[in-house]
Design a protein around this ligand. Structure first.
Ligand code: MRU
Length: 316
């Protein structure tokens, strides 16, 4: 498993990011010398995954403070980098009163600690022999260490509860096929990458026991934005009477967004889909709370109705 500092760290004069676009083929780093360069790295997915984006932004503010740059401008440019992952805005808000490197490092360490706690809660929901299906990458790469949905699979595997993981390849940028599969391979958890469209028939064949995903933003009522394709999995899981577990830290819960309807959905360059034809590329979708069996944060397992239970998790 990668150490948190291998994924994102602050060095004198730079935020250093493991280039996730090049994985698993190459292990290369990108050095961002100011908030503008970091925002560009976030936009182009050098670093991606909601909590990891937040951690990187916290380091970006600490870097701007050390450089003597305008902190308001650094906040503005970073905040605009990606709209759906609320951890970005959350981390920038956290850094407002104390833009020190120590504070940014504390945010990073606390995010990883939250991952470990929610992974243990999620493992408690699984039975021996579980065949889980996951989407996108919600591993250590996406959280700055350990992982949310993949962290839960690591902990469940440690308890001998996981027999197999189906890994959605996750079109169009293949976070599943490139990043989740790489992390599961490193953890020696049996897995197989599948085309996103294979999930339905595997469920119908009785080869899936549950779906486990991360989240980019959870509205106050439990509606959850995650990588495009998660909503289809939720509908399929309900049809096949399978549980869908969403695993995310409280920094992903956005109490100021009442329902999923108000979550901004990032539209990315259509060229990520095809350069030859017209295309549309929404990067996330919203799964209604009623299709989610449980949302797991570091505070425990939340079940519908979510509003009260999530509010107390955020307040804790
Ligand atoms: O576009 P990405 O790769 O940043 O999307 C990431 C996801 O959708 C993850 O599932 C989500 O951020 C949760 S990561 C712990």
């Amino acid at each position: 498993m990668l150490e948190p500092e291998q994924i994102v760290r602050l060095e004198p004069g730079a935020v250093v990011l493991l280039d996730q676009r090049r994985l698993p083929g190459a292990f290369e780093e990108v050095r961002c010398k100011d908030a503008k360069e970091l925002a560009q790295a976030i936009r182009t997915m050098v670093v991606r995954g909601a909590p990891a984006i937040g951690v990187a932004a916290a380091y970006g503010i600490a870097l701007a403070a050390a450089n003597g740059d305008d902190l308001g401008e650094a906040d503005r440019v970073l905040r605009a980098a990606r709209p759906t992952a609320v951890n970005l805005a959350w981390a920038l808000d956290e850094m407002r009163d104390d833009p020190s490197p120590e504070h940014a490092r504390r945010i990073h360490a606390e995010e990883v600690a939250r991952c470990r706690r929610m992974s243990a809660h999620t493992a408690g929901l699984l039975s021996p022999g579980t065949r889980a299906l996951t989407h996108c990458n919600a591993g250590g790469l996406a959280t700055g260490g350990y992982g949310s949905a993949v962290g839960a699979l690591l902990e469940a595997s440690r308890r001998n509860l996981v027999s197999h993981v189906w890994v959605d390849e996750t079109r169009p940028l293949l976070q599943g096929a490139r990043l989740t599969a790489w992390e599961l391979e490193a953890a020696q958890i049996p897995h197989a990458v599948i085309a996103d469209s294979a999930a339905a028939s595997l469920m119908a064949a009785g080869e899936v026991d549950c779906v486990i995903t991360g989240a980019d933003r959870i509205a106050a009522n439990g509606d959850t934005a995650n990588k495009i394709g998660t909503y289809s999995l939720a509908v399929l899981a309900r049809h096949h009477a399978l549980p869908l577990y969403v695993v995310a830290p409280s920094s992903t819960v956005d109490e100021s967004t009442a329902t999923g309807r108000e979550i901004p959905i990032e539209e990315r360059d259509p060229a990520e889909i095809t350069e030859r034809f017209a295309a549309r590329n929404p990067a996330f979708d919203v799964t209604p709370a009623e299709l989610i069996t449980a949302i797991v944060t570091e505070h425990g397992v939340h079940r519908a109705p979510y509003a009260e239970s999530l509010a107390s998790a955020v307040a804790a």
